[in-house]
Design a protein around this ligand. Sequence first.
Ligand code: HEC
Length: 133
Amino acid sequence: MNGPFRLFRHTFRSSGLALFFCVLGAVALITTTPGAATGATAKDNYRTYCAQCHGVNGAGGGVNTESMNVQPRDHTDAEGMSAISDAQLRKAISEGGLAVSKSVLMPPWRSTFSDKELDALVEHLRVLCKCSG
Ligand code: HEC
């Protein structure tokens, strides 16, 4: 084996390891970037982010509610939900309960979801309540 080739092999081997960590880092970045196209539907997002308070089916009674002095809105209550406009629902989700003169226990989600995802969540609430605003 001649000199230059050995040098090439040596360089290649160690940069291979560096490349491995680069790829690992890139994958971690892609999978943890908020709002990245994860393909999650509004239903998935609801189950991940809302169900612990609003319940898996939106009727309340999520695991957090035992210790909450204000109960989350029942999203399956057609009468109550139809009294709230889409714009109001969106504002409550985006800016939190306080922004719509409700409990601070309802967190703001604007830095978690994109505009599209927020719209889709409002649509999902309309599916849960089987009502319109
Ligand atoms: C930590 C508990 C908690 C989580 C998590 C939570 N909420 Fe709420 N939410 C509440 C509470 C409590 C209220 C009721 C506030 C009130 O009536 O004063 C509420 C109220 C609401 C309302 C009604 C506002 C209104 O005008 O009556 C909407 C819409 C809503 N939540 C949507 C969501 C969505 C969508 C998610 C997930 C992205 C979510 N919430 C996650 C606790 C939570």
